[in-house]
Design a protein around this ligand. Structure first.
Ligand SMILES: Cc1cc2nc3c(=O)[nH]c(=O)nc-3n(C[C@H](O)[C@H](O)[C@H](O)COP(=O)(O)OP(=O)(O)OC[C@H]3O[C@@H](n4cnc5c(N)ncnc54)[C@H](O)[C@@H]3O)c2cc1C
Length: 439
């Protein structure tokens, strides 16, 4: 504190209320407050802070928006929390190259608002109001990954402060390079363990001429998954294809005031020219009808679409609303899409025997789904039951089917044991020694 005060003034604090705020996130965890919170304004300040912590051997945890779900930004060993929210500038938009340089603290919605008049947009959409630095660090994905990829595809280069305070850039402006190690990909998904990201260059996409969304209810989960596989196999370039089970649809109806059938349902969206969107919609309509879906209900106007996706984005809160006062322990499973229907059915059977209420939502086009195990936070036995279900039974079963759990985060505290099972021993040793080299 004494070393940082002259440089940061009021932007470094040990006030309990602020430490408390940065000790919690959307993750269902006991709070882990840091000892200090500092809010740097630029990379130079990050370097100075990181250098001071390096000398004192104090842990540094970067904090974006705190929306990660697995305790990723928790200060489990105290130390200093870097609140990156002041580094939220759009540094440069390059229209011809379709890319943008931003500070890591900018939120994805603020970025899209800033891009509105350029005809370009940033499509990675995890639903939550996440920061770009946090999304890069968790290799975030979301509802549009099926069409536009994940942060692995979106991040073109990074500026990073290493643990000893050195500043590096991981790439240049050219899109292609075969020279040397791909350092960008090393830092994307590293969850701040290898350095603090101080600038991100992102790939952008043209705003589509036409967008249409639709809701299709199915008689059973398997029918919805089979229809999704058929859509993917004939390469219809859907922009989003999301699965909600009947329980989640009940939550969404209550949360958003909808009256959709409370059955397994796909939320689909199409992007392209007017003709392309019409054609994609017609082809999907024919496929889902073959799998027993009811008539698709369309949302074509921006307001109707945004209401629909707002409800989808808020499934965490819609799900929790089904059991007021509950917290959600969230699983994150990704399997090859061919194994998805079986995996979902097995999960449903698991749940029936557990007596737990657990709405399901999935980025089904990528074979990725989440269960929200709703628990009473004061009921230790129930929490233990939910954790056992989520960590041992379900995850192991999914790993046997050559999938991965969790899909979106690998290094988080909550997922440590699963991370170990996901990775072969040799890859684990390699990842660990990489982390040692950077210390
Ligand atoms: C309702 C809901 C739905 C969600 N759906 C999805 C989804 O579909 N797909 C998905 O991928 N995620 C999803 N998430 C999780 C979350 O939004 C992502 O993990 C997001 O990428 C985290 O961004 P953040 O800014 O909140 O990061 P934080 O939670 O603040 O931090 C996440 C990690 O990144 C590190 N970090 C943050 N900033 C930096 C930096 N500048 N440099 C280095 N490290 C840094 C932190 O130390 C931490 O390890 C969802 C969350 C919610 C609440």
């Amino acid at each position: 504190m004494d070393r940082l005060r002259p440089m940061l003034g009021e932007r470094v604090t040990d006030a309990a209320s602020v430490r408390g705020q940065f000790g919690r996130s959307e993750a269902y965890r006991q709070p882990s407050p840091p000892d200090l919170v500092a809010r740097p304004a630029d990379a130079g300040e990050v370097q100075a802070i990181v250098r001071a912590c390096h000398e004192l051997r104090a842990p540094v945890v970067a904090f974006g928006a705190g929306t990660s779900l697995e305790g990723n930004a928790a200060a489990v060993r105290g130390g200093l929390c870097l609140d990156m929210s002041a580094m939220d500038q759009v540094v440069a938009v390059r229209l011809a190259d379709m890319d943008v340089r931003v500070g890591p603290g900018i939120r994805r919605k603020a970025l899209n608002a800033a891009l509105r008049d350029t005809g370009l947009f940033f499509p990675i959409d995890p639903g939550a109001a996440a920061s770009i630095g946090g999304m890069a660090s968790t290799r975030g994905s979301g509802t549009m990954a099926v069409r536009y990829g994940t942060m692995r595809d979106a991040v073109l280069s990074l500026e990073v402060v290493l643990p000893d305070g050195r500043l590096i850039r991981t790439g240049r402006r050219a899109r292609k390079s075969a020279a040397g190690y791909d350092l960008t990909r090393l830092f994307v998904g590293a969850e701040g363990t290898l350095g603090v990201i101080t600038e991100v260059t992102l790939r952008l996409h043209p705003i589509p001429e036409a967008i249409a969304a639709a809701v299709c209810p199915f008689p059973a989960l398997r029918a919805a998954v089979d229809a999704t596989i058929a859509v993917m196999q004939v390469a219809i370039p859907v922009a989003r294809i999301e699965l909600l089970d009947a329980v989640m649809m009940r939550g969404v109806n209550r949360y958003a005031g909808f009256a959709y059938p409370e059955q397994p349902t796909l939320f689909v969206e199409f992007h392209g020219t007017r003709n392309a969107v019409g054609e994609q919609g017609e082809r999907v309509r024919a496929i889902v009808a073959e799998h027993g879906a009811a008539e698709m209900q369309w949302a074509r106007e921006p307001e109707a679409r945004s209401r629909l996706w707002h409800a989808r984005d808020n499934t965490l809160y819609a799900g929790r609303g089904l059991r007021p006062g509950s917290e959600a322990i969230i699983t994150d499973v990704c399997v090859p899409i061919s194994a998805l229907a079986e995996c979902l059915e097995e999960t449903s059977r698991d749940l029936e025997s557990s007596g737990l209420l657990a709405p399901l939502v999935g980025h089904v086009g990528d074979g990725n789904f989440h269960l929200l195990l709703l628990v009473d936070p004061s009921d230790g036995a129930e929490i233990a039951r939910a954790r056992a279900r989520c960590m041992r039974g379900s995850s192991r079963a999914r790993l046997r089917s050559t999938g991965r759990a969790p899909a979106s985060t690998g290094l988080a505290r909550a997922s440590g044991r699963i991370w170990c099972r996901n990775w072969a021993a040799r890859s684990r040793r390699c990842a660990r020694s990489n982390r040692r080299w950077t210390r």
